[in-house]
Design a protein around this ligand. Sequence first.
Ligand SMILES: Nc1ncnc2c1ncn2[C@@H]1O[C@H](COP(=O)(O)OP(=O)(O)OP(=O)(O)O)[C@@H](O)[C@H]1O
Ligand SMILES: O=P(O)(O)OC[C@@]1(O)O[C@H](CO)[C@@H](O)[C@@H]1O
Length: 312
Amino acid sequence: MTALTVTLNPAIDQTVLLGHLRPGHVHRAQGVSFNAGGKGVNVASCLADWGDKVSATGFLGENNTLRFETLFMTKLIEDAFIRIPGETRTNIKLSHDGDTTDINLPGLTPNAEELQALVSRINALATTGTLALLAGSLPGGVDEGFYAALTEALAKRGARVLLDTSGAPLKAALAGAVLPFCLKPNRAELEQFAGHNLTSDAAVIEAARGLIARGVQLVVVSLGEDGALFITQSQVLRASLPVVHAASTVGAGDAMVAGIMAALREEAGLERIARLSTAFAAGKLTLAGPNLPPRGDIEALSANVKIQNIQE
Ligand SMILES: Nc1ncnc2c1ncn2[C@@H]1O[C@H](COP(=O)(O)OP(=O)(O)OP(=O)(O)O)[C@@H](O)[C@H]1O
Ligand SMILES: O=P(O)(O)OC[C@@]1(O)O[C@H](CO)[C@@H](O)[C@@H]1O
């Protein structure tokens, strides 16, 4: 079973370490670091650390590919990115007061020909059984129905699609003819779909069941430090694992998606999916950048994940 991640709008993440954030004031940074990022890139990076073979595609600006190419080479990720003129965006992550403030820039705008080249590349990479992750924002000028159309095309090829996006592209994908196999919204993203606030587990589960009723097979709702809910047609699990000190919260959700994909590759049941993806997220939180601790540490974390079977 092959794994493929698709990132149309990757980014170099510039993490700026601040003591506190006070809008309207001058800040002197305590440090700065740069990582090749974007949701699908982060997922591929975590999967590669786990030891899985993975291909990554999308668009890269040809002027600043080095950080990405170094990551792909170091981690043996198949680099299937399409180069387009210009510079991949840099997203600013302000790390302050134990929290992160994200400033995500718009990014490059691919033209129709480049988009068609990407669709052809994805079709060439995806075969029956491929786990295909479509992740992140769509670049300016790309139709908001792009993920919906791609999901349908990939499903026709026998691939299983996982989708991690927000806003209009998520809405369009949920209104599509074929829904993704798996969705990993956080609470705010699920609230967008539900159209109201989801303040209790029961409300989150009810909204997720709405997605299951429309054909999604696995919904994972990530709830930050409160863990995550794993919902299928027949089961609901809650999984959590306290993290004492988070080195960086950027990409915790991406590590969780990588854990879901790693478990799906093992043909695992829901409890293993919940344990492994929670362990991936917790393991990533202890490190800066989209990296996982060694496999043995992840298995140890996974054994410690608290699982609650929610009966209704
Ligand atoms: N402070 C924390 N303590 C323990 N676990 C956490 C914490 N923050 C995140 N996690 C773990 O990471 C998972 C994903 O985090 P979160 O819900 O913040 O995802 P997200 O909103 O998609 O994040 P991002 O967009 O930053 O990647 C959670 O379900 C949980 O398992
Ligand atoms: O602007 P998008 O595509 O929604 O999100 C991009 C991004 O915030 O997602 C990753 C964290 O999940 C970061 O590496 C990257 O900067």
